[in-house]
Design a binder for this molecule. Structure first.
Ligand SMILES: [Zn+2]
Length: 247
C-alpha cells in the first residue's frame, strides 16, 4: 500500500510540476504535452518517468543537453512523501483521499508563491470548490462551520493585510478564506497560529544567518500551507490536548 502511495504521489507530483510551471504563464495544463523548456522537443514516455528519468538522463535533456532543473524531481519526491505521510495518519479512508487533494494544492500554491510571490485566483477557486464538495461529502466540517471559518480566516488576514500595508497580500486573504472551508471552525485559528509561529521562526532564522535582508520580501503563502497541513493532519489532536490543559 505504501508503494502504491509512493508511485501515485510521484505521478501526481509530475502533474503538479506542469501546473506550477504553466498556470502562472496562462498556459493550458493539458496541451501541448510535456516538452523540454529549452529545445521544445516533445518528451517521450521514457523521459516522463518521475524522478527516475531525471537520474537516468544524467540530469540533462536527452535532445539538447540542457541541464534539467532539480526542482522537478524535488516536487515529485515531496509529493510522494506527503502522500505517504497522509496515508500513515488516516489509513485507507476517504480522509486520505481528501488530504492528498489538499496537499496537492499546497504544493502548487507554495511553489508558485515562492517563484512569483503570487497566490493565483484560478488556483484558489478550484481549491475552494474541491473543499466544499469533498468536505461536504465526508460530512465535516458542517456547512455552518465552513462558512464561519472561511469568514474568520479571510477576515483576520484582511485586517492584517490592511495593518501591514502590503506586507500581506490579497492572495493570502483569499487563500485563508478558502482554507476555512477545508479546515472548519475552530481549526482555522490553529492553522493561522501555526503559520505565524513557523513563519516568524523562519524569518528570524533567515535574518540571523543573513540569508535574507530586513527589507527582502519573504512570501508568506508557504508558511500558511505548512500550518494548514499540520492542522489538517493533527488539528483535532492538538485542540483536544490544548482544551484538556485548560480544564
Ligand atoms: Zn532540450
Amino acid at each position: 500500500m505504501i508503494l502504491f502511495c509512493i508511485l501515485f504521489g510521484l505521478l501526481i507530483g509530475s502533474f503538479l510540476n506542469v501546473c506550477i510551471y504553466r498556470i502562472p504563464l496562462n498556459q493550458s495544463i493539458v496541451y501541448p504535452p510535456s516538452h523540454c523548456p529549452n529545445c521544445q522537443t516533445p518528451l517521450r514516455p521514457i523521459d516522463l518517468i518521475p524522478v527516475l528519468s531525471y537520474f537516468l538522463s544524467g540530469r540533462h535533456c536527452r535532445y539538447c543537453g540542457e541541464v534539467i532543473a532539480s526542482r522537478y524531481a524535488i516536487v515529485e519526491s515531496l509529493t510522494a512523501f506527503l502522500f505517504v505521510w497522509c496515508f500513515s495518519v488516516f489509513g485507507w479512508t476517504g480522509e486520505t483521499v481528501s488530504a492528498c487533494v489538499f496537499v496537492s494544492f499546497m504544493v502548487v500554491i507554495t511553489f508558485i508563491d515562492y517563484d512569483h510571490q503570487l497566490i493565483l485566483d484560478k488556483v484558489l477557486i478550484w481549491f475552494a470548490l474541491a473543499g466544499v464538495s469533498i468536505r461536504y461529502y465526508l460530512g465535516s466540517p458542517s456547512l455552518l462551520d465552513m462558512g464561519l471559518a472561511a469568514l474568520v480566516g479571510g477576515g483576520l488576514l484582511l485586517i492584517i493585510a490592511v495593518l501591514s500595508r502590503g506586507g500581506m497580500g490579497g492572495g493570502d486573504v483569499k487563500f485563508c478564506f478558502a482554507l476555512g472551508i477545508w479546515l472548519g471552525w475552530p481549526d482555522i485559528l490553529l492553522a493561522l497560529f501555526l503559520s505565524f509561529v513557523i513563519g516568524g521562526l523562519a524569518g528570524v532564522i533567515l535574518l540571523v544567518f543573513r540569508l535574507r535582508g530586513r527589507k527582502d520580501m519573504i512570501p508568506f503563502g508557504p508558511f500558511i500551507c505548512l500550518g494548514a497541513f499540520l492542522t489538517l493532519l493533527y488539528g483535532r489532536d492538538i485542540l483536544t490536548w490544548y482544551f484538556g490543559l485548560m480544564r
